[in-house]
Design a protein around this ligand. Structure first.
Ligand code: GDP
Length: 414
């Protein structure tokens, strides 16, 4: 059964190199039931770094798109490259995703490339969550990192989990929605989570953070403000509603902490992807240029996320597979069908859509499908004369989706 458009999350995980993007992605894939055996970055066996050359170099050169499932949602993770040389590649990924999880290291804090990526996410109007990783490392400082997100990135992090201890003393997290302590068991790779009352010595701190959360939420919503001022209980549903609206409006970033190495703190991030990040229906319709407008027709074209519209999709990455190149396509409107021909308006050529695959993380398995509806992402085999950034579209309704503007200064930034 194809996923309903409301339940799709097209997300990216973005970070400065070494902040733990690959490890966090692995944990997400693991919890989302896609992975049997966890990949280990240091052994070069992770799910998203599947190119041997890439694994050898230990950096994610290009963006693979993998699909996983968490609760009611289908999450397509577009793995954005972390290396500074590939900023143009990051931009291309940001263009096709609807939301992002920004990973920071609690030791290094906000680094130069985090600023570049954050600015680009602003430019592409990408709603985001923050995950402050590496809380188990010596020198980890959650508060300092939050301060840097505010001061250097001009962000508005709204904290939903806080660490219990830091460095060698890091033991788990406190979930400020449930007001419970969560301890993760590394032996069972975080599958076993002990949920307890908040330890005595953390109660005051937790209560202070919970008040900060309610302050932030009530500032944004009159109903919550009234309830809060009158001393009524603010429900989790009310908090979710306000945080979702604030995230979509890019006024705030729900923020979490943990250690992806210890599997700790990643599950609340997955819940937040479902609860707060947009579905393809929440983002504005895609705009483009009609290359051959008929008399009286406007050059400017808009396509809605609707499977009854003519098909239009963007090739955001081409990956060399063993047998044939695979083009990763974001379908913006209509339906991409296996066996059909799609126009590449740049070349004027019709390209055959021989096969359509979903890349399921876990077994590096590809699952073939007949069609992908508007809002979805898939790997396509067949197109020959295409390059990254090309549009594929309905032959009778040509459109060139907005070209990506790469400012020179950003590309050459070190
Ligand atoms: P990326 O470059 O952002 O993709 O970062 P990686 O996920 O490859 O992580 C960089 C290094 O940091 C690897 O050696 C990881 O094992 C390590 N690492 C990642 N997350 C954590 C964490 O939460 N705690 C600790 N101690 N190490 C981590």
């Amino acid at each position: 059964m194809p996923a309903s458009t409301e339940s799709i999350r097209n997300i990216g995980i973005v970070a400065h190199i070494d902040a733990g993007k690959t490890t966090t992605t692995e944990r997400i894939l693991y919890y989302a039931g896609a992975s049997h055996k966890m990949g280990q970055v240091d052994e070069g066996t992770t799910q998203t770094d599947f190119d041997p050359e890439e694994a050898k170099r230990g950096i994610t050169i290009y963006s693979a798109a993998v699909t996983c499932h968490w609760k009611d949602c289908t999450i397509n993770i577009i793995d954005t490259p972390g290396h500074v040389d590939f900023t143009a590649e990051v931009q291309r990924s940001l263009r096709v995703l609807d939301g992002a999880v920004v990973v920071f290291s609690a030791v290094e804090g906000v680094e130069a490339q985090s600023e570049t990526v954050w600015r680009q996410a602003d430019e592409f109007r990408v709603p985001r969550l923050c995950f402050v990783n590496k809380m188990d490392r010596i020198g980890a400082d959650f508060d300092r990192t939050l301060g840097q997100v505010r001061d250097r990135l001009k962000g508005n992090p709204v904290v939903l989990t806080i660490p219990i201890g830091a460095g060698h003393e890091f033991k788990g997290i406190i979930d400020l929605l449930q007001m419970k302590a969560l301890y993760f068991d590394r032996e069972t790779m975080g599958r076993e989570i002990e949920v307890t009352d908040i330890p005595e010595d953390m109660r005051e701190t937790a209560a202070r953070w919970r008040s900060k959360l309610l302050d932030s939420v009530s500032m944004l919503d009159d109903e919550v403000m009234t309830a809060y001022l009158e001393g009524e209980e603010v429900t989790a549903e009310q908090i979710h509603r306000v945080l979702r609206a604030g995230t979509l409006a890019r006024e705030l970033q729900p923020t979490f902490c943990g250690s992806s190495l210890d599997y700790c703190g990643v599950q609340p991030v997955l819940d937040a992807v479902n609860n707060y990040l947009p579905s393809p229906l929440d983002v504005p319709p895609v705009e483009g240029i009609n290359p051959s407008p008929k008399k009286g027709e406007d050059e400017h074209a808009i396509r809605k996320v609707d499977k009854n519209e003519p098909f239009a999709g963007l090739i955001f990455k081409i990956a060399a597979d063993k047998h044939a190149d695979m083009c990763f396509v974001r379908v913006y409107s209509g339906v991409l069908k296996s066996g059909s021909r799609a126009l590449n308006p740049r070349t004027g050529k019709k390209e055959l859509i021989s096969q359509i695959w979903h890349i399921q993380a876990g077994h590096r398995e590809k699952i073939e499908t007949d069609a992908v509806d508007a809002g979805g992402i898939a790997g396509v085999i067949g197109p020959k004369q295409v390059v990254t950034g090309d549009t594929l579209c309905d032959q009778k309704h040509p459109i060139i989706l907005e070209s990506i503007n790469f400012p020179e200064t950003v590309i050459s930034m070190a």
